[in-house]
Design a protein around this ligand. Structure first.
Ligand code: AMP
Ligand code: GLY
Length: 430
């Protein structure tokens, strides 16, 4: 058994990484964030999360023996493989394991091989657009078109008519040059939830169920964003729903990870839709969700550092995951104009010193001017997180706190944590 390392490198730069750094620091670690951002203590802006030689040199200089990875890009670029033969351990899957997220086609084949409940789908190459069109017409345009690669959330087109499916196929062709693959999936309906676990490829420990709010505007309207807010736990995701998710999705995935020829030690994220036919897996991610992490990590009572070390040591079976009681809600304070490109940044942020000491502030995209003024530096600027005895109280608190913060053009989605309960789907899953 390796002694618990106290000196850690954390890769990434957003509010998810701020939450990870905050939690690991509470667990007793000294956390160096590469590159981090102006609001995350211990950030080193000169070192990119995918510059592996520079990361290695940093680890040697600071005597770091553990790297925790926030976003998918360093994993898909092979950070775990790069350090495989060194004495630096990486919490996150190998490049082959990361294919579960980086290739929609590969991950769908994995789901099929291992009997994971998911939407029916058909695979096409870029020279088979006519065949895809015919299939979409056969399904009355009730399809989802998915580009087979990392597309920063922009490779998925949810369609409701043959015209929309046509348009999606046209956009796919316009946006990607050269040879590519894509999936056509049957369109499912139902509430979505995020189930995130820590796995060593044999066992899994699940964190609390959470829900993201991906669209910009209230009532799930407007363009998709990186996520405008999240909460946990999810009241309608009770033991019966969780049992169905375990049986139809989590357990078959684990059996798959046990038999596939790659190792997987890290976070695994199941994006799930609760359909009238039961839970179906929409996607895997090989990392914590953002903004889900910002509520899940404060809710986690167990030491994350211990869970990570146990995972790397193959001792996950000995661990217990405890959640704090009550609810956590996180709202994103976004720049006006986000998620379109070209919105202005650099606006001074005020009011953070007025917040209640129980409110957590995670920085997504801030920077300091030469004079030391904190200013906006991207789309999802800050995430505020509040706790309550129940969801209602946490929601009321977080919005009260958010009113104290100001920057020019600030936008906050007004209905985080306030979706109506989906009673009919809930009963059908049972
Ligand atoms: P993905 O990246 O595969 O999770 O897709 C992004 C979003 O598209 C999901 O969060 C869903 O809202 C939606 N989506 C994906 N697949 C489907 C599907 N088969 N049916 C309905 N909506 C879907
Ligand atoms: N919140 C969705 C994601 O991180 O992919």
């Amino acid at each position: 058994m390796t002694p618990t390392p106290t000196n850690i490198v954390l890769l990434g730069a957003g509010a998810r990484e701020h939450a990870l750094a905050w939690k690991l620091t509470r667990d007793g670690a000294t956390v160096h964030v590469l590159p981090g951002n102006a609001g995350i203590p211990g950030s080193h802006p000169a070192i990119s999360a995918t510059d592996f030689p520079a990361i290695q040199q940093f680890c040697q200089e600071k005597d770091v023996q553990l790297i925790v990875v926030g976003p998918e890009a360093p994993l898909a670029a092979g950070v775990a493989d790069y350090f495989q033969d060194s004495d630096i351990r990486v919490f996150g899957p190998s490049r082959a394991g990361a294919t579960l997220e980086s290739s929609k086609v590969w991950s769908k084949d994995f789901m099929r091989r291992h009997g994971v409940a998911t939407a029916k789908s058909w695979k096409f190459r870029s020279d088979q657009l006519n065949e895809a069109r015919a299939k979409a017409a056969e399904l009355d345009g009730q399809v989802v078109v998915k580009y087979d690669g990392l597309a920063a959330g922009k490779g998925v087109y949810v369609c409701s008519s043959t015209e929309e499916a046509e348009e999606a196929l046209r956009s796919l062709q316009a946006e990607h040059t050269g040879w590519f693959s894509f999936l056509l999936e049957e369109k499912l309906t139902g509430p979505e939830i995020s189930i995130i676990g820590i796995t060593d490829g044999n066992r899994i420990r699940l964190l609390s169920p959470s829900q993201d709010h991906k669209q910009l505007l209230a009532h799930d309207q407007g363009p998709n964003t990186g996520g405008m807010g999240a909460y946990c736990p999810v009241p309608f995701c009770d033991d019966n729903v969780l049992a169905a998710i375990r049986q139809d999705i989590v357990d078959p995935t684990l059996r798959g990870l046990q038999t596939e020829p790659f190792s997987f030690r890290g976070f695994i994220y199941f994006g799930i839709m609760l359909t009238p036919q039961g839970p179906k897996l929409l996607e895997y991610n090989v990392r914590l969700g953002d903004p889900e992490a910002e509520v899940l990590l404060p809710a986690l009572d167990t030491s994350l550092l211990d869970l990570i070390t146990a995972t790397l040591d193959g001792r996950l079976a000995e661990t217990v995951v405890r959640q704090r009681p009550g609810a956590y809600v996180g709202v994103v304070l976004a720049s006006g104009g986000y998620p379109a490109s070209g919105f202005p940044v650099g606006f001074p942020i005020t009011g953070l010193d007025q917040l209640h000491p129980g409110t957590l502030v995670f920085h997504g995209a801030t920077k300091r001017t030469a004079e030391g003024q904190l200013v906006t530096n991207g789309g999802r600027v800050l995430v505020l997180v509040a706790h309550g005895h129940d969801l209602e109280e946490a929601v009321a608190r977080v919005y009260r706190e958010a009113e104290k913060v100001q920057f020019e053009g600030m936008y906050i989605r007004p209905d985080i944590g306030q979706r109506p309960e989906p009673t009919e789907i809930f009963s059908a899953v049972r």
